[in-house]
Design a protein around this ligand. Structure first.
Ligand code: AMP
Length: 300
């Protein structure tokens, strides 16, 4: 059961109180696919420019991530995002977002991938997310992520996706921005009334809350000694969760909860270093060790 993701593949420049990286590998589809690749085969639909370093494509290839849907635009420039964080690592401050090749991107899902059962519409222009969704036979699970940038610029496009998906993932600030409701419980209810079967609210270092029509689950973030760059934590979370679910078979409450924990564990590794660096160092045993420890420290 492979996974398909559409999202940004980017070159990020990021500054945090713990250091700075220029022109590093980033993007929502990147973090997602590296995390999900611990569990299953992932294929990316995205676009980059001719300036996209070959060594970054090699990173995908070395992890078995499918790049047939990664379109390279001759003479084009790759999507670039620059941001910084101060000691409140929950808030990213954007310096610029250069869509570049994403401005004219018309995603095409290669025919053999149209029946993929797990689809992640990672953060990117919701019109592109919609176009990918339209090309698919109904997957077993469709999850969607977005952000303030798109809620502000393309709200209608975000809204029309909601009754076509299973799980919406947003952070707490985005949920409040999107619904105009400060109480997250009420906001989640409002979102569910707009279509998705469930909503996952990401609260950074405070973990996540899962709401569906008739259940709720609360998971803390894994306690970390060192944290250097929170960029991509949300996408990594989604990659861990969907990766696990694509392996688990049944999409029942117990597996969804385990998926949320795996997502949180993967995100905890991602934030320990810049870009996807830490994710590239760890093994599946490292993930499982943290999973067992997570169980221990949340048991009562
Ligand atoms: P996250 O920290 O999980 O919200 O995701 C960070 C990643 O999102 C970075 O690697 C950026 O390249 C990417 N990103 C930032 N802004 C956008 C945007 N407007 N659309 C798509 N991806 C974005």
């Amino acid at each position: 059961m492979s996974i398909l993701v559409v999202g940004s593949v980017a070159i990020d420049s990021v500054k945090t109180p713990f250091g700075e990286r220029k022109e590093a590998l980033g993007g929502s589809a990147t973090f997602f696919s590296v995390a999900a690749s611990f569990f299953n085969k992932v294929n990316i639909i995205a676009t980059v420019g001719e300036d996209f370093p070959k060594k970054y494509v090699t990173i995908f290839k070395n992890r078995g991530i499918g790049t047939k849907g990664l379109h390279v635009v001759r003479g084009g420039k790759t999507f670039r995002w620059k941001g910084w964080y101060d000691y409140d690592l929950n808030t990213a401050h954007t310096v610029y977002t250069h869509l570049n090749v994403f401005k004219d991107f018309k995603p095409e899902v290669p025919k053999p991938l149209r029946k993929t059962k797990f689809l992640f519409l990672a953060n990117i222009d919701p019109a592109l997310q919609y176009s990918v969704l339209k090309q698919m036979a109904r997957p077993n699970l469709i999850a969607l992520d977005s952000m303030n940038y798109w809620i502000e610029h393309k709200r209608k496009d975000v809204e029309r996706l909601l009754d076509k998906i299973d799980i919406l993932l947003l952070n707490d600030a985005e949920v409040r921005h999107f619904t105009g409701e400060s109480n997250l419980f009420l906001a989640a209810r409002l979102i569910i009334s707009m279509g998705p079967k469930a909503v996952i609210i990401k609260k950074g270092e405070h973990g996540v809350i899962y709401f569906s029509k008739d259940s709720r689950f609360v998971a803390p973030a894994y306690l970390l000694e060192s944290l250097r760059d929170p960029t991509g934590a949300g996408d990594t979370f989604a990659g861990g969760m969907m990766g696990y679910l694509s392996r688990a078979g049944k999409m029942d409450e117990a597996n969804i909860r385990k998926g949320i924990i795996y997502g949180s564990i993967l995100a905890s590794f991602a934030v320990e270093d810049f870009s996807v660096n830490r994710l590239l160092e760890i093994s599946f045993e490292d993930i499982n060790e943290r999973y067992r420890h997570f169980k221990k420290i949340t048991k009562f």
